[in-house]
Design a protein around this ligand. Sequence first.
Ligand code: SF4
Length: 308
Amino acid sequence: MDTATEHSAVPAPEGAGSRVPAQSGPSRPVSRPVSLSPSRAADFMRCPLLYRFRVIDRLPEKPSAAATRGTVVHAVLERLFDAPAAERTVPRARGMVPGAWEELLAARPELAELFAREDGSQDAEQLGKWLADAEKLVERWFTLEDPARLEPAERELVVETTLESGLLLRGIVDRLDVAPSGEVRIVDYKTGKAPAPQYRQDALFQMMFYALVVWRLRGRVPRRLQLVYLGSGDVLTYDPVEAELLAVERKLRALWDAIMLATETGDWRPRPTKLCGWCDHQAVCPEFGGTPPPYPLAVEAQGRMDAV
Ligand code: SF4
């Protein structure tokens, strides 16, 4: 997501991180941005117009099989820790996949369309392959970490803090490990492949965001950030220092100022890249000959904005 992992294929609500596909649709009210999450910050950096479509217009997006599989895998990795350490085994984890899918489907019946034939019947073969892929991802996790030797302090932890500037940062941390010494490790699971070295900074941005929030909440800079890539079987770690997190804070502040300016002026520029191929909004994007829907928020008089 985003360096892109699969999850970014579906926007999550502001602050909800990225693992739960958002309920989206025309009935959702338009809104002004009120907080920043790693996913939406990444959206704005990737393309301001995409940010507008997702956060302000809340245009619907098609569910994606990859993002939905990520949600199921995350649910299994989280819930496996409910079992006693000795029972956190590969067969148990694999066996939890169908149940996690059924539960998600009950909450989001529209996801059934991912495995529907043209006549509306279920494509059992396609669903079976998709579930098998999810089970493989879960199994690969055991080659990267040993859940029997881990006792997370937190799982799926909603974190939220307001910076001195007034900017509200929100997100969900997959796992927080706390050592007896009090040192904190932030862990995030990715169901995609590890990025090439030149894109690692982008991948770390989300983790630095979380590190900043956890630092503000706990008063201690996290000792380690750990990205676990289930798609390729890689683990990427980084040990942040205070000066880096202060730089992230400045960057987020500047990003938020830019978002606020675009919100007030209605000036959301498209920024085409090769990632446009995965964008659901080409039909309303000027870069592809489309016209965005009327801007739903009041626009400040240009003279006032010039004075800013
Ligand atoms: S198609 Fe590309 S340029 Fe247009 S909104 Fe989507 S990401 Fe932005």
